[in-house]
Design a protein around this ligand. Structure first.
Ligand SMILES: [Cu+2]
Length: 338
C-alpha cells in the first residue's frame, strides 16, 4: 500500500513543480504531479468551470482531497447545506491517463465520517473505501487500467444521503493512445439531483430524506447548479469538434443525455473508445455511470447558434437539468490568426 511518509515528502517536492506549471520536468519515469484540491479550487462563478484541460504526461499523479461541509448554491439564490470534496459540488475533475499510478490522500475536515469510492479503480472496497472520522486521513493508490469517464462518490451509509448532499466528482481516464479523434474543446457535465426543504433559519435549505426515498427531487442539475449554463452557455467556435464527458452521480436519477439541434457523431458508453456507437440522438447515462459524446459544430449543418443540452426525461430538465452550447464565429485576431 501507499507509504504516506514517502508520499508526503515527495508531495512537497513536486508541489513546487505543480505551482511552477508542470511540463514534464525531470526524468519521465520519476515525474510525479501533485495537486492539492484544498489549494486549487474549481471556479463556480459565473458557472462551474466545465471545460477541462488536457491530461498531463506525469505517470504518477497524486491528489489531496479535503472533505468539507459548506454552503453551496444549487440554483440562483438558493443556498443549501452541502457536503463536498474540495469545497465545490461537484468536486474537482480528476484527469489521468490509462496506465498512470493514481495516489489519493483523503483528508476529512468535516465533523462526521465520510469516504471516497472510485469507480475507475480495481481495489478492495474494505481497505480503500472505508469511512474515516473527523480529522481522519486515508491514503491509497491504484493503477488506472480502464479508459473512460467514471463517477467518484462518498460511499458512507446511507449512501443516498452522502451523494444527495453533494459528495461526487468525475474522473477521466484518457486512453493510452488517445481517443482516436482530435477535438478542440472538452467539457465535463455531472448530472445529479437534490432533495431539499426549507431550513430552520437563514433561508438555507436542508435535505428532505422522505423526498429522497420517494425520488421526488426538488432540483436536477448539471455541475451542481440548476440552469447555470442557460445563463452562461458553454462557448465553442464554428467548426469546433467537441467532446463531452457526462457522468450521472444520482443518487437515483439517470441522464437521458441529448443535445438539441445535433446528432452525436460518436458515443462511447462508459467512455471506453472500444465501445463506439455512431450517429446517436440520445444516450442514457445510468446512475453511477458515464459516457463520452462527440460532435462537430460545422458550417453548413449545425453551425452558429444555440444548442440546448438536456436530460430528455423532461420533468428532470424542467427542474434545472438544461443548459446551452453557444456556437460562435471564430474570433480572429488582427494578425489574422485565430
Ligand atoms: Cu460522505
Amino acid at each position: 500500500m501507499f507509504n504516506k511518509a514517502v508520499a508526503i515528502g515527495g508531495s512537497l517536492a513536486v508541489a513546487a513543480l505543480a505551482l511552477a506549471g508542470y511540463r514534464g520536468v525531470g526524468s519521465q519515469d520519476l515525474t510525479v504531479e501533485y495537486t492539492d484540491f484544498g489549494q486549487v479550487r474549481t471556479p463556480t462563478a459565473p458557472a462551474f468551470l466545465a471545460e477541462v484541460p488536457p491530461v498531463s504526461d506525469a505517470p504518477i499523479k497524486e491528489f489531496r482531497i479535503p472533505i468539507t461541509h459548506d454552503t453551496i448554491e444549487i440554483a440562483a439564490g438558493v443556498e443549501y447545506e452541502g457536503w463536498t470534496f474540495g469545497g465545490t459540488v461537484p468536486g474537482p475533475t480528476i484527469r489521468v491517463r490509462e496506465g498512470d499510478l493514481v495516489r489519493i490522500q483523503l483528508v476529512n475536515e468535516s465533523p462526521m465520517p465520510h469516504s471516497i469510492d472510485f469507480h475507475a479503480a480495481r481495489i478492495p472496497w474494505n481497505e480503500a473505501y472505508r469511512s474515516i472520522g473527523p480529522n481522519g486521513e486515508l491514503s491509497f493508490e491504484f493503477t488506472a487500467r480502464d479508459p473512460g469517464v467514471y463517477l467518484v462518490h462518498c460511499g458512507t451509509p446511507p449512501v443516498t444521503m452522502h451523494i444527495m448532499q453533494g459528495m461526487y466528482l468525475a474522473i477521466i481516464v484518457d486512453p493510452k493512445e488517445g481517443w482516436g479523434t482530435e477535438v478542440d474543446r472538452e467539457f465535463v457535465l455531472v448530472q445529479s439531483e437534490f432533495y431539499t426543504q426549507p431550513g430552520d433559519a437563514g433561508g438555507i435549505r436542508q435535505l428532505d430524506w422522505p423526498a429522497a426515498m420517494d425520488k421526488r427531487a426538488s432540483h436536477v442539475v448539471f455541475n451542481g447548479k440548476a440552469f447555470q449554463y442557460k445563463e452562461h452557455p458553454l462557448q465553442v467556435e464554428l467548426n469546433d469538434r467537441v467532446r463531452l464527458f457526462v457522468v450521472s452521480a444520482g443518487p437515483s436519477f439517470r441522464s437521458d443525455f441529448h443535445v438539441v439541434g445535433t446528432v452525436f457523431d460518436r458515443v462511447y458508453p462508459d467512455g471506453n473508445p472500444d465501445n463506439v456507437l455512431e450517429s446517436v440522438q440520445t444516450w442514457t447515462v445510468p446512475a453511477g455511470g458515464g459516457a463520452v459524446f462527440e460532435t462537430v459544430f460545422s458550417e453548413g449543418s449545425n453551425g452558429v447558434g444555440l444548442y440546448p443540452f438536456v436530460t430528455h426525461a423532461f420533468a428532470d430538465a424542467e427542474k434545472g437539468a438544461v443548459g446551452l452550447i453557444r456556437v460562435r464565429e471564430p474570433v480572429v485576431s488582427e494578425d489574422g490568426s485565430d
